[in-house]
Ligand binder design. Sequence first.
Ligand code: AMP
Ligand code: GLY
Length: 430
Amino acid sequence: MKILVIGSGGREHALVWKLAQSLRTEVLYCAPGNGGIADETLASNGGKVSCVDIKADDLEGLLEFVRAHPVDLTVVGPDNPLSMGIVDLFEEHGFKIWGPNAKAAQFEASKAFSQAFMERHDIPTARSGVFTSPSEALEFAASLNGRCAVKADGLALGKGVLMTNDMPGAEKAIHALMTEKAFGSAGNQVVIQEKLEGIEISMHVLCDGKTLLPFETSQDHKRALDGDKGLNTGGMGTYSPAPFLGSDQMDGIRQSILDPWLDGCLKESIDFRGMLYPGLMLTTEGPKVLEFNARFGDPETQVYLMRMQNDLPSLLLACVEGRLDEHHLEWSPQAATCVVMASGGYPEAYLKGKVISGIHAAESHPSVKVFHAGTLLADDHQLRSNGGRVLGVTALGESLEDATHRAYDAVSKIHFETCHFRRDIAAKAL
Ligand code: AMP
Ligand code: GLY
């Protein structure tokens, strides 16, 4: 198969790395890719992955590329092209593409849409309201005594959620999103939810419009600093499996959340083919949905694909063609941990262009893989930091403890100026 992956982060590096291992993959492109992606080699023929300089949101440019190059399957990493309708566009022109169409991608692109959908289909979630007027938003926040999650409706790179504990905090958050437009037009409408307490987990469920294939569990660390302090980020580290859910609870989630979600999609003619990624809070009243994403998580993908035993091109193609019922997922019994090394300051302002060293030494252990998120092979041939999240250092181990030690051992070998990482990834599970 000839495959194009769209995106440039750690998630896309993990997708490319896994797709490159398949003997079915003959040619692999990534647009635009990054310094690590360009270094991957195909298992089938020793060819290199080709990074093509087209941005993930340049839909016309990407269409032109697949017209000019024979591509059997395009795989979309980030949310933005999905909500812009890249799947609809490619399908109109007869190209196979993995990911939800624009209507289905609304689960992520609009928190207000998701919230209303959950209410229509009795899916357990936080008490919430949707507001375009700051004064009404304040009134609702007051009814929750200011203990809320204030969320920009639209896409904001995982950062458009402000948690508050009292009314002064809620006022500040509502003002920042709705008046100062800290996340631009994403804040024209806000969703305010009651603040739920409990353990948060990430679920990933592959869906071809009629069959659901839930992945094993994982847990992300959204806050920038140890002990879940600091601002929300895109994700500072993950591990899988997460030990908080037994098979009974997984069955419960299927019955209370996933089956009603799929029934709702069928009733509303939403043909969801791609990855449903609900963020769940395990509360004392049972699991509740915090949000839906409609793509692979980053950095969840890094730990999932280290553990996945399936042939990824076959699985994604089956998803596009509505044949997921022919597949079941196979996982390594090993655990995986991913530690994100970020630029100091992220998710606020940070410096780029710092020379990165030690990746080779970090990868000297066969169970360690360093996924590049924000890196660039600069003109001077040095690998330099080029984003907020720079690397996802990922390791497998016989136990979660082994995987985590191994990941941190690898982290200790890597250096770049201003580097920041959390030192407590997976600590909650150990
Ligand atoms: P979201 O993008 O909606 O997942 O929100 C980002 C992060 O904010 C989540 O991963 C949670 O850690 C936190 N969060 C969001 N909504 C809530 C809520 N209702 N209660 C508690 N924490 C929340
Ligand atoms: N892991 C967070 C995200 O992908 O949104």
